[in-house]
Design a protein around this ligand. Structure first.
Ligand code: ADP
Length: 446
């Protein structure tokens, strides 16, 4: 087992990883920018190294500085967390070249899945159903028109390097296609430095359903069921639940088996998530994330498995200690992503937390780095807390979530708690009857 792990991230996820390490008797090294000297992960870690000024490119994305911190502190391994360098294959490679273990998949697998065109090709090759569209990238308008004639409208133009809900344009008809292509290309070039794009059928009323997997790089792969992340704003997840109210057991087992068979064939290692759109009983692959995901706790809550702990274990070279038969799904879990934003306008609301009181009680988990007196810096992601609630039934979970949101006090800044309170009492949400467009329609944005 490792003696010391460097956590190459910040915020709630850095704290989440610290907690898993401590429970395994592992020492932690925090890294931080000058804006994060007072952050909770820095306070709790055994050692902390300042790696640069506030701008992410100078600190949390500064590979040389992070590697130096790992060398100086003698860390055995590096956990990249979520975001920043978590899906950067070059970083994973450099970590290993410098003699540390990268807690994640191989650089090769990160690279393939990080390019959406290559990922779709790989998915098809290993037996995962994909959204109909272009086979690979689209170079010219003529090529796009040929694909459109075959697949039909509406179509979505997507950037190969896209992420975080950016780099997507819908074309409703043939005459709008060239414009969507050139807009997507120029946006992708500006945001990701890569203008490769591809085409997909635009599904009208799908749900976003993703399968959580865990694998050991030795041919063993299990799944922890699915998460329903259909409640989105601007293609970004707002509320997630597990299991999905839309799937039955047969569908759950079927998609779970398709995914685990495919990834075992690939010899995948570590945690990963395969994302699908689900419409009229059919699953269509959209992408794979080769890292932990923000919403991983809801799967942990219904399976009783600590995903970070298992990531660390398999990174030491250990085989998975459990098989699919050992996974028992228990009850229902929902996560609300609470951000430091105005709940109506979504204007950022960084600043000092004057009062802080987190909800508690049976089945309530709060993954947050906030504390009373903490100042949220304006430079980073607005996610400040994840409220995760578990119940024996979905209804129990909903009632518990209501009372937990009611108890939650985050004073001094605006947060999206009031928005969550409104969403979860809506009849469509209570009925589990929503698709990826529901939230924006309900908010009057569509
Ligand atoms: P990102 O990497 O930016 O998260 P994804 O490919 O995972 O991009 O897509 C994010 C979201 O965009 C999906 O959850 C869904 O809401 C929407 N989306 C993506 N592809 C399609 C499609 N073919 N049809 C309809 N909606 C789509």
């Amino acid at each position: 087992m490792f003696d010391k792990v460097l956590i190459a991230n910040r915020g709630e996820i850095a704290l989440r990883i610290h907690r898993a390490c401590k429970e395994m008797g592992i020492q932690t090294v925090a890294i931080h920018s000058t804006a994060d000297s007072d952050a909770m992960h820095v306070r709790l870690a055994d050692e902390a190294v300042c790696i640069g000024p506030p701008a992410p490119k100078d600190s949390y994305l500064n590979m040389a500085a992070i590697l130096s911190a790992a060398n100086i502190t003698g860390a055995d391994a590096v956990h990249p967390g979520v975001g920043f360098l978590a899906e950067n294959a070059d970083f994973a490679e450099m970590v290993e070249e410098h003699g540390h273990v990268f807690i994640g998949p191989t650089p090769e697998h990160i690279r393939i899945m990080g390019d959406k065109i290559a990922a779709k090709e790989k998915a098809r090759e290993i037996g995962i159903p994909v959204v109909p569209g272009s086979d690979g990238g689209i170079e010219t308008d003529a090529e796009a028109i040929a694909v459109a004639k075959e697949v039909g409208f509406p179509l979505i133009v997507k950037a190969a390097a896209g992420g975080g809900g950016r780099g997507m344009k819908v074309a409703e008809s043939m005459d709008r296609l060239p414009e969507a292509l050139s807009l997507c290309r120029s946006e992708a070039k500006a945001a990701f430095g890569d203008d490769a794009v591809y085409l997909e059928r635009y599904l009208g009323h799908p749900r976003h359903i993703e399968v959580q997997i865990l694998a050991d790089g030795q041919g063993n792969c299990i799944h922890l069921g699915e998460r329903d992340c259909s409640l989105q704003r601007r293609h970004q997840k707002v509320v997630e639940e597990a299991p999905s109210p839309a799937l039955n057991e047969e569908e759950r087992n079927r998609i779970g088996k398709t995914v685990t068979d495919a990834l075992a064939k690939m010899n995948y290692r570590s945690a990963g998530t395969v994302e699908f759109l689900y419409e009229d009983g059919e699953f269509f692959f959209i992408e794979m994330n080769t890292r932990l995901q923000v919403e991983h706790p809801i799967s942990e809550m219904i399976c009783g498995i600590d995903l970070v702990r298992e990531q660390i274990r398999v990174a030491t070279g250990a085989a998975l200690p459990i098989t699919q038969e050992d996974i028992k799904f228990n009850g229902h879990a929902i996560e609300c992503r609470i951000t430091a934003e105005d709940p109506d306008t979504f204007a950022p609301s960084p600043g000092r937390i004057t009062d802080y009181h987190a909800p508690g009680g049976l089945g309530v988990r709060v993954d947050s780095h906030l504390y009373s007196g903490y100042s949220i810096p304006p430079y980073y992601d607005s996610l400040v807390s994840k409220l995760i609630v578990h119940g024996n039934t979905r209804n129990e979970c909903l009632m518990r979530l209501r009372r937990a949101l009611e108890e939650y006090v985050i004073g001094g800044i605006k947060t999206t708690i009031p928005l969550h309170e409104r969403i979860i009492i809506e009849q469509a949400f209570i009925n589990g009857d929503y698709d990826i467009h529901w939230l924006e329609r309900w908010m009057g944005l569509k």
